[in-house]
Design a protein. Sequence first.
Lengths: 127, 127
Amino acid sequence: MSAPTTTPIPYTAEELDAVAYDANGLVPAIIQELGTNQVLMVGWMNEESLRKTLETGRTWFWSRSRHEYWCKGETSGDRQYVREAFYDCDADVLLFKVEQEGRGACHTGERSCFFRAFGSGATPGRV
Amino acid sequence: MSAPTTTPIPYTAEELDAVAYDANGLVPAIIQELGTNQVLMVGWMNEESLRKTLETGRTWFWSRSRHEYWCKGETSGDRQYVREAFYDCDADVLLFKVEQEGRGACHTGERSCFFRAFGSGATPGRV
């Protein structure tokens, strides 16, 4: 199977300007799998990482702990190819539909970061 | 058609304690439609609104602008009945799968708050 094609997402300057960032200049970005609509992960973007995401067609986030940009899958190979990009009615949450390459989105090896349900008996806390 | 049944979601004290809130005591909560997996909206919860959501089986949020709790659909009738509740690997994002009653989740009348795509020609900004 060949690797997915990377495609830039069109946008206007007005759309980019309209995004409402929080006090830290960040906005949550939901990453959803194209087709199944499974929510894979949530990352944080600033204006520059949003622009890079749209222009490169790959997901770029801002790491709040490491204070650096990171492109999903650049180290792990679990790349995300953006196919559709949305913003909500308050323009303060973003949503990207992607093709997920590799094992999945979560660093634990799970396909989705949301693999633990309340009341399921899973060990709570950060993993 | 009869109204959906309200069902509490089981949880443990350890799960509730494990949730990692931000500096304002809040965590983003993704509301996803059961079945279609469409992302309907994102709201913010503090510990008390999370507890109320799990115990009542309805979605309770904390309004950052009005500084008050609100139960989705209590005014509009567009109620959300929680069927599954998840937390992510960092325990700092929540995800709820709901049955959506009424028109949908967005105050604009759209089913989902994410009805505008980048590059679509929609008028950007808060609506």
